[in-house]
Design a protein around this ligand. Structure first.
Ligand code: F0G
Length: 464
């Protein structure tokens, strides 16, 4: 666009600025992560968040229809004519009294922000439309990502729907659910399955993007995180612009939490809100690097001067011990989150906490979300499982106003759901038992009946 938007190193001691069109996504001076930054004083910023309600009247404009781009004044890095939208962000913030009861909260206090309604079925489309728009402004012809499945589905759908770029996706072998793999294949992405896990794939894709000049859409790309800010804007809108007490989100590569923290910090700086909600990040216990570093090792943002030696030593120990992430919540099966410094900053800004939950806790929470009328994939339910823990600990009060982000659709990983509810011990053991899940609390087992009218009627009368 112009010098009104640029990229900038997040390290307060460095603060190097980088051209908006640069696609290396690393600070050239210190190697740190970059933000997209704006010269807000010279930009037309709305004086009240209510301004965005007006966009509902102009929904025939695809940019105002998009649940991402109708907030574009809050991430103004691209001219309107360059925006690539496929109608993302038509999502729902639903009051969830059934789930509230499960976690020990009062009726009317818990909301679920359901991002499974996006075109590719996960929150990733919020960020992909933004990264894709940036890729288009710099003339990219190919885009790549490493993925546990949702980023790849999202990249693939944008490439397919717009025919503007070729998608190259990297996945760890045997590490992706069929729902997600089927999307990448059907949308026509070049799918590269490498021997290794997400962490291996992410290292490789960064190397390869650099070498071949392919545009990278993993969340180290700060333009993606600009789009993901709008999840928070939609939550505020659904709550009539009142600030909730807590936002609870699963943590994988820590892009979401980083983006949410930036959203609230900017709204505060712009005078559009007067307080921040608190942020809770929930790791799976088999992929709990952030929990370990933040809660057990006391790693903090510390004004940008965080203890890098501690972080590096932790990562090195994982490498030396070849410690691999291992959780049924495959979307967050990540041990080396690239956005960790940004996530530390977000928790500093928003008084954050981190928790870890077991696969059994995740699957039980997932079943309660389903029974409450909004299905989600296992990783998404980590937010609800984490909330249950935080209410038990007394950190979140039953009367607090809480929003859990449900990041992906139920049908992303049907295997996990069917195994959970299965009456067949073999199926259960194959998918869950072998991975350490011993018993589940809310299985809704299929009823086996002979093909006989009377027997079928008997079964219905007995169970329904
Ligand atoms: N929930 C779902 C459903 C996800 O797919 C992911 C990340 C996360 C949560 C974690 O979000 O990285 O912002 O902390 N999935 C990535 C992928 C890694 O490749 O699809 P985060």
């Amino acid at each position: 666009m112009s010098d009104l938007a640029f990229q900038q190193c997040i390290n307060p001691r460095c603060r190097a600025t980088v051209d908006l069109a640069d696609t290396s996504f690393r600070c050239p001076a210190c190697g740190g992560l970059l933000d997209v930054a704006y010269d807000w004083d010279r930009l037309p910023v709305p004086t009240s968040l209510r301004h965005f309600e007006g966009k509902w009247a102009t929904r025939t404009d695809p940019l105002d229809f998009s649940g991402v781009w109708r907030f574009r004044e809050l991430f103004p890095f691209a001219p309107d004519e360059r925006v690539m939208t496929i109608g993302e962000g038509q999502t729902l913030c639903q009051r969830a009294d059934g789930v509230a009861a499960y976690v020990g909260m009062r009726p009317g206090c818990l909301y679920l922000q359901y991002e499974g309604m996006n075109p590719s079925g996960s929150f990733k489309d919020n960020g992909m439309t933004a990264a894709f728009t940036h890729a288009r402004t710099v003339g990219a012809r190919r885009a790549a990502c490493a993925s546990t499945g949702n980023t790849s589905a999202s990249l693939a759908i944008y490439c397919a729907a717009t025919s503007l770029m070729r998608a190259v996706i990297f996945i760890g072998s045997g590490k992706i659910s069929y729902g997600k793999l089927s999307q990448a294949l059907d949308y026509g992405a070049l799918t590269v399955q490498i021997a290794g896990d997400f962490d291996d794939a992410l290292r490789r894709v960064q190397e390869i993007s650099r070498q071949l000049g392919i545009y990278l859409v993993n969340s180290v790309n700060p333009f993606r995180l600009e789009g993901q800010k709008t999840i928070m804007f939609r939550i505020l809108e659904a709550l009539r612009w009142e600030i909730p007490d807590w936002i609870v989100v699963p943590g994988g590569n820590l892009g979401n939490v980083s983006s949410f923290g930036k959203a609230f910090a900017e709204l505060r700086d712009l005078g559009l809100i007067d307080r921040n909600p608190r942020l809770a990040v929930v790791n799976a216990s088999g992929a709990d690097t952030f929990y370990q570093l933040y809660e057990r090792h006391g790693l903090r943002w510390n004004g940008g001067d965080f203890d890098r030696a501690k972080l590096d030593a932790y990562m090195k120990a994982m490498d030396v011990g070849d410690l691999r992430a291992d959780t049924l919540a495959s979307a967050i099966e990540i041990n080396r989150p690239v956005n960790l410094p940004k996530a530390l900053r977000a928790l500093d800004q928003c008084g954050g906490v981190v928790r870890e939950v077991s696969d059994t806790e995740i699957l039980d929470a997932k079943a309660r979300v389903g029974a409450g009328g909004l299905g989600c994939e296992p990783a998404s339910a980590a937010s609800v499982a984490g909330l249950l823990k935080l209410v038990k600990e007394g950190i979140i009060a039953p009367s607090d106003r809480v929003v859990c982000v449900l990041t992906g659709h139920l049908l992303k990983d049907p295997d996990a759901t069917v195994a959970y509810h299965s009456s067949d011990p073999k199926t259960f053991d194959e998918k869950l038992g072998k991975r350490g899940v011993k018993r589940v609390a809310f299985a809704n087992r299929a009823v086996q009946v002979p093909n006989d009218l009377n027997e079928i009627i008997k079964a219905i009368e007995l169970y329904a």
